[in-house]
Every structure is written in C-alpha cells, then in structure tokens.
Design a protein around this ligand. Sequence first.
Ligand code: CP
Length: 307
Amino acid sequence: LTSVVESQQFDRGMLEDLFEVTKEMERIVEDGAECSLLAGKVMGTLFYEPSTRTRLSFETAMCRLGGKVVSTENAREFSSVAKGETLEDTVRTLEQYVDVIVLRHFQAGSARIAADAASVPLISAGDGPGQHPTQALLDIYTIQKEIGRIDETKVALVGDLANGRTARSLAYVLSKFDKVKLYFVAPDVVRINQDIKDHLTKNGCEWEEVNDLATVAAEVDVLYQTRIQKERFGDKPEDYEKAQGKYIVDKKLVTSMKKGAVVLHPLPRVGEITPEVDSDPRAAYFRQAKNGLYIRMALLTTLLKGN
Ligand code: CP
C-alpha cells in the first residue's frame, strides 16, 4: 500500500489485515496507553473543502500514535492556492516537509492527480463527488463490528447516491464480499450512477433500485443514510429542493427495523435522521464516527511502518 485514492484498491485480504491492526489500535486507545509507533513522523493535512470528522480523526490518529501534524485548513483561502498555485506544486512542496499527506479536494479525480505527483504516501480524504475511500474503510469495519459479519448482509444505501462519494466508495468495498445484497433508495434527481451498477453486476453482487424506504428498512441489516449534498447542485437548486426531505429516517422507521440491524450515516446530517432516533440502540452513526479514529490509526501505521 503506497497511496489511498479509491476504495476498490483494497481487496478482501487487505481489508481483513487492516481490521486486525484496527482492533489493536482500539485496544491502545481504550487502555489510554502512551504510543510512539509513529514518533518522528509528520502528517500534512490539506483540506480544500470543509470537514469535521475526517480531518480531526486523522489528526487525532497521528497524535495518538506519537507523530506530529501540520495543517492548512481551508486550503483554497489560506494556502498559496489562493495565489494561483497548482495542486501538483502544492503537493510537491508539502512533501518536502512531511512523511504522509491527507488531501480533501473539491474535484473528482484530484486525489489520483495528487498521488501521482507525490513521492510520499497520499491519502484521499474525499475528492468532490468522486470517492471517500477511508470513509468506506471505517464503514465496512463498523458493519463487521456491529453485525458480526459482512458476507450475506443486506444493505440499503439511501439519499444522495449521485453526488455521495461515501455511498460510491462503500458500494465498491461491499462488492468484495460474498452474497451482499444492495438496495439503492434515492430521489429521482440523485439516483446511483450507472458505473456502480455495472461494477456490481460484473462482480456478481446483487442490487436493486427501490422507491419504498419503509419496505426496505424492515428487511435490511444496514440502513446507510446520506445527506443531500446541497453544495453539488450548482446551477440546479430546484433539483436540490426536489430531493431534500424525500427520505427521512425517523423513530417510526427505525422501530420497524430488525432488532440487530443498524442505522449508519457518514455525517454530517441535516435533518435526514431525526434526533429522537439517536437513543435507539440501532443508531450506530456516532460509534461509526469513532471507528474512523481507529481505522485511520491503522491506515497511517500500515502506510508508514508496514504491517
Ligand atoms: N464523514 C465525513 O467525511 O465527515 P466530514 O465531512 O466532517 O469530514
């Protein structure tokens, strides 16, 4: 593993190895043990789009492992990009100072461009509507931990499936496992893209597009809700209005789900899961966010130290 730009670069064996390291990271954090695995290493975070979870969990991960962090929040405004510097030149400069770069960018495909320009490992923290590979890693780890398996699970991906990079990345990773069935539940204006459906079909993964969330909710092991991404609608705000609020996860819906099922969400949410759901044991989205710390600790360790 050199850089991380898309979720399909992880095969099942790599995921299982990463899960083992992740469990070890959980133990380190839970024990409150001092850890110096990455002492002497520096991580640079370069975020051109807003973030709470991804940036802070990466930075916490590096701190917990004894490494150090340099960061330019809002890179569009506060880095030399504001003066016209290219992404490639920014990466070639940052790599003079750090051992690993974590990049969030607003353009699909930018992570690949940056990784190709970099001579240190580069981890994508999301590239526009493209992919969010480390989110998929923490999502799949959460499914394993909460459900006890990934094979033979039924998973509903709900919400903005056209712009949602987390759903795209998760669909790719789920296709590595056996007998997973995917349900896509999305408003018409943001339905899942054809390339994902083609990939799933080619890899023998069963999928179905459905409109009725209530029926699917009662059936699935994982209901993965996502936000309608207002910032991606550009000159079509009317499409955002059509999509927003169409599929809401509320107490009534969650109560209809199986006892051992879970509701996940990459977060942030803006009303698509109502707050009264939070107290239901099936609401796993904050536990999911916590797993982001562990999986990113495991990923940084694997990239910088090997297994
Ligand atoms: N899940 C996720 O990517 O959250 P942030 O945008 O807050 O990093």
